[in-house]
Design a protein around this ligand. Structure first.
Ligand code: SAM
Length: 204
């Protein structure tokens, strides 16, 4: 979903995946690019291309795994919110939020999705977060874990530690900025940020 250049569905089709592969996008020009990528790899006939918003035209009985990568956490939530059929144990969600992963984790745990594993990928100095979730389970997360996930679920402890340090710096900077500002309206947020910072520092 949101396939853009279509590298992922093309990779799957080229590497022998035999199930249904649907590549969809809300915009015509990325979908066209995806078709070209698949055509160049000689697998165009193995992929179904769909122009649609989110999962609106996705046939629920033809899929068991949904990949939503490379978009903001809030947009991923909106897309999942509109596709109530995803709330079934049948579907595995592989999600890669570029921003606001805390909003996405909050949405998942409050809509009875279990986050079964997480991975981190370091590329070009940026750490990318990847979540695997399925409806019908419980994942309890602290406020700090909403931002960086649960350590026990993360497949790369070294990158997890790097990410934790990055978030500690981010919260320290945000808190320093708020402390300098004279606005009293920031104080509830400041309290919450201090609490999250303390939790991040306690995690090892
Ligand atoms: C940054 S690209 C990500 C491409 C690819 N998934 C990846 O991770 O490399 C985001 C793509 O999502 C598409 N997109 C944005 N909003 C969408 C929506 N509501 N439904 C479907 N596709 C959407 C955009 O058109 C764009 O092609």
């Amino acid at each position: 979903m949101g396939t853009d250049h279509g590298y992922f569905p093309t990779w799957m089709a080229s590497h022998g995946y035999k199930g249904n592969i649907i590549a969809s996008d809300i915009n015509a020009s990325p979908l066209q690019k995806a078709m070209e990528t698949a055509r160049e790899a000689g697998v165009e006939d193995k992929i179904r291309f769909q122009l649609c918003d989110g999962l609106d035209s996705c046939p629920p009985d033809l899929v068991d795994t949904i990949v939503i990568a490379g978009m903001g956490g809030e947009l991923i939530c909106r897309i999942l919110d509109r596709a109530e059929w995803c709330m079934s144990k049948r579907y595995k969600l592989i999600l890669q939020p570029m921003t606001k992963s805390e909003v996405l984790r909050y949405w998942l745990v409050n809509n009875e999705f279990e986050i079964s594993s997480e991975d981190l990928i370091l590329e070009g100095g940026t750490i990318y977060q990847l979540l695997v979730a399925r409806f019908g389970g419980i994942t309890k997360l602290s406020d700090a874990e909403l931002f960086i996930g649960k350590k026990e679920l993360c497949m790369d402890p070294e990158l997890y530690s790097m990410q934790r340090k990055k978030y500690i710096k981010r919260f320290e900077a945000a808190i320093a900025g708020m402390e300098e500002s004279s606005s009293g309206s920031l104080s509830p947020v400041l309290g919450l940020y201090r609490e999250i910072l303390a939790q991040l520092k306690e995690m090892n």
